[in-house]
Design a protein around this ligand. Structure first.
Ligand SMILES: [Zn+2]
Length: 83
């Protein structure tokens, strides 16, 4: 009887363990897609990263849901820095 109780606890622990849950589902986090280059042959817009302020071509930016542009997905996750 105790054996089944322990087994149930292990199963519950496995199910709720976030580290293992990610592996079991086998779903890697999708990288954010860069904006599609829909502009015709023109000089590319230079924009500023909302986090670190570096200037880069608009096509190389990562956009978030609020219209902010970032130089990398790391800065996208860090969010805008407006001191
Ligand atoms: Zn940046």
């Amino acid at each position: 009887m105790l054996k089944y109780l322990l087994l149930a606890l292990v199963v519950i622990w496995l199910f709720y363990s976030p580290a293992l849950r990610g592996k079991l589902k086998g779903k890697p986090p999708a990288p954010p897609k860069p904006a599609p280059a829909s502009t015709p042959k023109q000089a590319e817009n230079m924009v500023q990263c909302a986090h670190c302020g570096v200037h880069l071509p608009e096509g190389d930016t990562v956009k978030d849901g609020h219209g902010h542009l970032y130089c990398s997905s790391a800065h996208l996750q860090a969010g805008p820095s407006q001191a």
